[in-house]
Design a protein around this ligand. Structure first.
Ligand SMILES: [Fe+2]
Ligand SMILES: [Fe+2]
Length: 174
């Protein structure tokens, strides 16, 4: 069994991953509605990934003989103003998730819970990779400069990034 404080914090993390999943889903929907198919594909995949992060936490808690709480999610905004602002929001969101993972590890350390510390290490690298990827994309968008004439190129660039991620995943699977 997990310690009560840790159980509560892990349940909060499940909620955060679920919120991230739905937030990315709403971004994907906004992009697709605007005809930005490359960006939409990127966010649909991110949304699926966040769901996996949530499921991993649920699985871990069950493995530790602790019943996880399946969260309910509020309606997400679908009112974004630009691709750049979406990625800026994404970065802030990911930074907040990173912070909560670090807080979870501090809690697990306090409790000498080595299994949970070990389990959470996967999230530490995942967050580092995600933040770095989002920063790179934001740099690209700023370089291209967002306007009616450049959205097409931004979306092409997103499609190129999608291909890159797909080929990395393919390599990892081999
Ligand atoms: Fe996540
Ligand atoms: Fe994430």
């Amino acid at each position: 069994m997990l310690n009560k404080e840790l159980e509560k914090a892990l349940n909060e993390q499940i909620l955060k991953e679920a919120e991230a999943s739905f937030s990315y889903l709403s971004m994907a929907v906004w992009c697709e509605f605007k005809g930005l198919e490359g960006s939409a594909r990127f966010f649909y995949r991110q949304s699926d990934e966040e769901k996996l992060h949530m499921m991993k936490l649920i699985g871990y808690m069950l493995e530790m003989d602790t019943k996880p709480i399946v969260p309910s999610i509020q309606v997400m905004t679908n009112d974004y103003t630009s691709v750049q602002s979406i990625f800026e929001k994404t970065l802030t969101q990911e930074q907040s998730v990173t912070q909560s993972i670090h807080n979870l590890i501090t809690l697990a350390n306090k409790d000498n819970d080595y299994a949970t510390q070990n389990f959470l290490q996967w999230y530490v690298s995942e967050q580092r990779e995600e933040e770095s990827m989002i920063r790179k994309i934001l740099d690209k968008i700023k370089l291209i400069g967002e306007g009616p004439m450049t959205l097409y190129y931004i979306d092409k660039e997103m499609e190129r990034i999608n291909q890159e991620i797909l080929s990395q995943e393919g390599e990892a699977a081999v």
